[in-house]
Design a binder for this molecule. Structure first.
Ligand code: SF4
Ligand code: SF4
Length: 351
């Protein structure tokens, strides 16, 4: 507790790298430049090949895994005194290294397809397109369909979106390890909350429409030739804007300036879908009444910009669609006010 409590907060604001100082701007610049080069140029391809990797994307996967391992070790040094944190970060890093990097690399070498079992629709938006499903072996096509449309929302209903956003997903994993030093930078104003709700649900609507449009391409284009071009353009615009600019350049490149969950909070369609299930589901954060001393640790550490203290001060247990169940609010509370539980009473008021 000592290492990540009040001392941790004070030292945070003394560090230029963690408080939007020159070092933070410098690192953000390097990260943004890296993502621009990765997405739109091929400078990393020769290095990938020299290292025996199939493409620059596997080089990126390797760097991503290294960043998560390094960030995970740092995180555990500070917060590993909690069993929840140890398991959560251990599983998250293991999933990245084994299922999101090693398995997709090895499968084609053994005659299989390159498949990423830890990513589901709508995060991996092309997974449920008819063309993609036809190309997969039956067991993987069933896994993709059941995992995306049934398992993901049902688990979010039962135990909250934390099962995915804080335990499985690579985006959440990077945010919780490499991005952890900047978690306090996430905006917690009401205006940022309003923006989050409009933005994230708009992307969800967009991905549903786009999946439908692209799926209908082969059926409609014989009678409507212009439809094929429209479907291709829709796909390209989504890939550029959501997949590259918002997920990569802004979502990760600006960690040191905006905090590590910009993508997850504002633009990830998977987070939006799971958030809806969570909102009507069983997961909540229980507030023990009349114990809060208003220190603000919980709000400062919340990577999703939730003003946890406001709930604690007014004795309101809560469920918020954006909460990823990282558990940090409960972990840093000096009074043990908060508890993550899967037993919310039916009809709990949610915001
Ligand atoms: S409310 Fe607590 S558990 Fe939820 S995202 Fe914020 S810090 Fe994590
Ligand atoms: S709930 Fe705990 S961490 Fe949050 S303000 Fe109250 S005492 Fe501080």
């Amino acid at each position: 507790m000592h290492a990540q409590g009040q001392d941790g907060l004070l030292s945070t604001w003394r560090s230029s790298l963690r408080s939007r100082g020159l070092w933070a701007y410098g690192l953000a610049l390097v990260l943004v430049a890296f993502y621009i080069d990765l997405y739109w140029f091929d400078h990393f391809q020769p290095l990938a090949e020299a290292l025996g990797l199939r493409s620059k994307w596997f080089l990126y996967g390797a760097l991503y895994s290294v960043a998560m391992v390094g960030g995970g070790l740092r995180y555990l040094r500070l917060h590993g005194n909690s069993r929840y944190n140890r398991w959560r970060i251990g599983v998250n890093v293991g999933v990245q290294v084994l299922l999101a990097f090693a398995l997709p690399f090895v499968m084609p070498l053994l005659g299989g397809v390159e498949f990423y079992p830890s990513y589901f629709w709508p995060l991996k938006w092309d997974l449920l397109l008819p063309d993609t499903l036809w190309q997969l072996p039956l067991y993987l096509a069933v896994y993709a369909l059941v995992g995306s449309l049934l398992l993901s929302p049902v688990l979010a209903f039962l135990i909250g979106k934390r099962w995915y956003c804080s335990w499985i997903c690579g985006c959440g994993g990077l945010a919780n390890t490499f991005g952890d030093p900047w978690r306090h930078l996430t905006a917690s104003s009401t205006r940022s909350w309003r923006f989050e709700k409009v933005a994230v649900h708009s992307v969800l609507v967009l991905v549903v429409l786009m999946t439908a449009i692209v799926s209908l391409k082969s059926t409609l284009s014989p009678s409507l030739p212009a439809f094929a071009g429209f479907a291709d353009q829709t796909k390209q615009i989504y890939g550029f804007l959501i997949g590259s600019v918002l997920a990569g350049v802004v979502g990760t490149g600006l960690y040191p300036l905006l905090g590590p969950r910009v993508w997850c909070r504002n633009f990830c369609p998977m987070a939006a879908m799971l958030g809806l299930a969570q909102k009507v589901g069983r997961f909540w954060i229980r507030v023990k009444p009349d114990m809060c001393i208003s220190c603000g640790n919980c709000t400062a550490y919340c990577e999703m910009g939730i003003d946890v203290r406001a709930y604690a001060q007014t004795n309101r247990s809560f469920t918020r669609a954006s909460c990823v169940g990282c558990g940090m609010c409960a972990h840093v509370c000096p009074r043990g006010v908060l508890k993550l539980e899967n037993g919310a009473p039916v009809g709990l008021r949610t915001d």
